[in-house]
Design a protein around this ligand. Structure first.
Ligand code: SAM
Length: 301
């Protein structure tokens, strides 16, 4: 049997996520990155209440699948920052919030989406298909220095190598993923490399094209307002730049003394390589969970 792309996305850290979110009957669920609904299915089955679930994704292909899978839920085809702002404006509250960052396996696997250096496709990388600038356009627009900075900051590439890669990309003007990967690999030189030479630069381009860290940073700040008292938020990150933002945010909100509004439930991040040993893409996953502190009601004298 041939599997469709959406069947091939195995949700990362599914058991640990459900254990920490602790879904109960009629709990309200917000999924900021619903993707192909793997986590959502587990949670909504436990709450028995698809109607009060809100599922967000900026990828239209994912939304089409979610619509079939969860016809009763509210679906928002949007980036999660814009959607979260709307929910805050409407005064919505949730008992569970999940964010499972990064790209889905179907996004990586479909050559035409342009995320993969293993499959030749247009150098695109936009999660929401039609909107905004593609990776090829970004390379064309940015000055060499700005491109170097992005490869260093978002790809955590060595500065000298990043400068060489940026120069070669500007000169080569790749329009496909494989062209770009070859240009990058040439700057590395031969020999054995632990990861594919294009990994870091592709990560950097993807983060820049989708403003991934800006989206995360601003959305985190809205979470306390979106959580009901005692509500749980679970966040799965796939690289250190994302995880650092989450860790720092949880720390600030749990160590604010009297003003603290979150309590951390995972002292250390739960790692994907302990649970998802058979899912190579989940190996780098890290799960952090916090709970909204119930504030004592003000006493009147
Ligand atoms: C790792 S997948 C989620 C998989 C999902 N948990 C499941 O079990 O099927 C990440 C999803 O988040 C979406 N995404 C990433 N950044 C987003 C953003 N800023 N706003 C909305 N969706 C985003 C991607 O389009 C992708 O579908």
């Amino acid at each position: 049997m041939k599997l469709t792309p959406q069947q091939l996305h195995i949700p990362a850290l599914l058991r640990a996520t459900a254990r920490f979110l602790r879904p109960e009957k009629s709990d309200r669920y917000l999924d900021l990155t619903a993707g192909y609904g793997g986590h959502a299915l587990e949670i909504i089955t436990a709450t028995g209440d698809a109607r009060s679930a809100v599922l967000i994704d900026r990828d239209e292909d994912a939304i089409k699948v979610l619509r079939k899978k969860f016809p009763q839920s509210r679906l928002l085809h949007s980036d999660f920052l814009a959607a979260a702002r709307e929910l805050v404006r409407d005064g919505e509250k949730f008992d569970m919030i999940l964010a499972d960052f990064g790209v889905s396996s179907p996004q990586l696997d479909m050559a035409e989406r342009g995320f993969s250096f293993m499959r030749d496709g247009p150098l695109d990388m936009r999660m929401d298909g039609g909107a905004g600038e593609t990776a090829a356009e970004l390379i064309g627009r940015l000055k060499e220095k700005a491109l170097t900075d992005i490869i260093i900051r978002f790809g955590e590439e060595k500065p000298k190598l990043a400068a060489r890669i940026a120069k070669a990309l500007k000169r080569g003007r790749p329009t496909t993923t494989v062209q770009a990967a070859k240009i990058i690999a040439r700057q590395y030189g031969g020999g054995y490399h632990k990861i594919h030479p294009a990994t870091r630069t592709f990560q950097a381009l993807r983060i820049a094209v989708n403003d991934e860290l800006g989206q995360i940073d601003e959305t985190l700040r809205l979470l306390p307002e979106l959580l009901a008292d005692g509500g749980r938020v679970a966040i799965i990150s796939f690289h250190s730049l994302e995880d650092r933002l989450v860790k720092q945010f949880f720390k600030e909100h749990s160590e604010a003394g009297y003003e603290a509004d979150l309590e951390i439930l995972t002292k250390k991040a739960i790692r994907g390589d302990t649970e998802d040993v058979n899912n190579p893409r989940a190996r780098s996953a890290k799960l952090r969970v916090a709970r909204k502190i119930k504030k004592p009601t003000e006493r009147r004298f």
